[in-house]
Design a protein around this ligand. Structure first.
Ligand SMILES: [Zn+2]
Length: 156
């Protein structure tokens, strides 16, 4: 599907000075997953810095929330300033799940850098890394998580 625009974009990203992340992403300038700040509202949990997190991990809030709620296993609503989860969940658990999300949907599995973007190609979610050029279909992740091994083997 590579359009000229995409190629230009890739080239532009490739030429950006890398933010001291040399050496398999293990350098000191490593990307850090932000920590959530929450407060309880009745029997719900409000993530106060939701938009800040979305920005830090470079994800569109709508796109981020869709998968994040699935990982959390709870319904939720985005307001203008926060994400409200449908039940009480501890900060610790949310941070854990956020780490999970970032590992699956933000960090490149090849180079470990967060310079990725998710686009839809042929109805599949494709994660593309602008640091190393890796492209990977990611739609199966959620599914795989909820399935047993035999299902996975059958579908590999
Ligand atoms: Zn990469």
């Amino acid at each position: 599907m590579g359009t000229d625009y995409e190629k230009l974009l890739e080239k532009a990203y490739a030429e950006l000075p890398s933010k001291e992340t040399n050496g398999n992403g293990a350098g000191k300038g490593r990307f850090e997953v932000p920590k959530v700040k929450t407060h309880a509202q009745g029997n719900k949990t409000v993530i106060d810095n939701f938009y800040e997190i979305a920005k830090t991990i470079g994800r569109d809030p709508e796109q981020f929330v869709k998968r994040f709620l699935k990982i959390l296993g709870t319904p939720g609503d985005i307001t203008k300033s926060a994400l409200i989860l449908g039940r009480i969940i501890s900060e610790e658990t949310i941070n854990e799940k956020l780490n999970d999300y970032v590992k699956r949907f933000v960090l490149c599995s090849s180079c470990g850098k967060p310079d990725t973007q998710i686009t839809i190609e042929h109805k599949l979610d494709v994660m593309k890394c602008y640091a190393c050029g890796t492209k990977k279909v990611i739609w199966l992740f959620i599914l795989l998580k909820n399935c047993n091994k035999s299902f996975i083997n059958k579908h590999q």
